[in-house]
Design a protein around this ligand. Structure first.
Ligand SMILES: C[S@@+](CC[C@H](N)C(=O)[O-])C[C@H]1O[C@@H](n2cnc3c(N)ncnc32)[C@H](O)[C@@H]1O
Length: 224
């Protein structure tokens, strides 16, 4: 399929739901603390809210933003169902220019609308406190496309988990891109660490990969 055709076939709001086990595995790489203030800025139908809710370090507080008004009611119901505490904002996240919490969030996380590219990441960084974390399930292409040099110099990615398996986004059969779980730490100026990560339940590597993430990458988190 041509690139133009693939683009035309894309969902206008970039609504691609993250598979449950993918969100659950990826969020397990982050040692959440119960007092962390968390934001999901492109909530969709709440895949990351569900994944957060079963993370042992999650304290129950998370705010979310979603541009589609029709998503508001289901998201509010999901908050009740999961016992989450926080705000549901219906807004264009890139137009939210006032801080939603004093000092910024500890973690801003999700599977952002890819079409908004680095503008969305910059905005996630704006809403995150210094040393806080911005975590995105993204195509690796974001690090390599036009304009990358300036962006990667200004905001070097901290951890790049290259995903062994491509997430099967339900309504996009045209996508053959390589995906990553990309983490920025606000203020990080060093190199990008690259790891491989397997996320499917049936992968023999998943448990081992998560053990390695904890052994090798978690010590870095004492500074977060
Ligand atoms: C790739 S989907 C991901 C949904 C959800 N985070 C998930 O992982 O299942 C992107 C979501 O962002 C929403 N969205 C698109 N543009 C947005 C914007 N400017 N501000 C907030 N949400 C936006 C879409 O409606 C869609 O729900």
């Amino acid at each position: 399929m041509s690139r133009a055709r693939a683009k035309a076939d894309r969902n206008p709001d970039d609504l691609y739901v993250t598979p449950r086990e993918c969100a659950e595995t990826l969020i397990q790489t982050i040692p959440l603390k119960p007092d962390w203030r968390i934001l999901e800025p492109s909530a969709g139908d709440g895949a990351w809210l569900r994944a957060l809710a079963i993370h042992p370090g999650f304290g129950g507080r998370v705010d979310c933003v979603e541009i589609r008004p029709e998503a508001e009611e289901p998201l509010r119901e999901l908050y009740l169902e999961l016992g989450l505490v926080g705000e549901v904002y219906v807004a264009d996240f890139t137009a939210v220019t006032r801080r939603l919490v004093p000092g910024g969030y500890d973690l801003t996380v999700g599977n952002m609308p890819y079409s908004l590219g680095r503008e969305f990441i910059r905005h996630m960084l704006f809403h995150t406190r210094r040393n806080g974390v911005v975590a995105n399930l993204l195509r690796q292409g974001i690090l390599h496309t036009q304009g990358r040099r300036r962006f990667n110099r200004a905001h070097p990615c901290w951890l790049n988990y290259r995903l062994d398996e491509r997430p099967p986004f339900a309504n996009d059969s045209t996508d053959s891109a390589e995906y990553g779980w990309l983490l920025w730490r606000k203020g990080h100026r060093g190199r990008t660490l690259e790891r491989n990560l397997s996320w499917t339940d049936d992968s023999p590597c998943r448990t081992r990969d998560l053990e390695l993430v904890r052994a090798e990458d978690w010590p870095l988190w004492s500074a977060v």
